[in-house]
Design a protein around this ligand. Sequence first.
Ligand code: SF4
Length: 69
Amino acid sequence: MRRVWIERREECLGEQACVVVCGEVFGIGEDGRVTIRGGWEGEVGEELESCIEEARKVCPVDIIRWQRV
Ligand code: SF4
């Protein structure tokens, strides 16, 4: 599994770059900031690792984090 979380979520710009490259994991909440499958943190399958890493790279404020669990 891969644990995914958002550090300093208050810095999210809400421009959806992460959603474009990895919509399976990331979305935008009612407050206009990023969510991970409905929350701020979650676990996803390892097949999504390249997807979440791509999102981490494209995030302009570098707030996406993940680790193997
Ligand atoms: S790419 Fe970064 S700043 Fe943009 S919506 Fe996603 S988490 Fe927020």
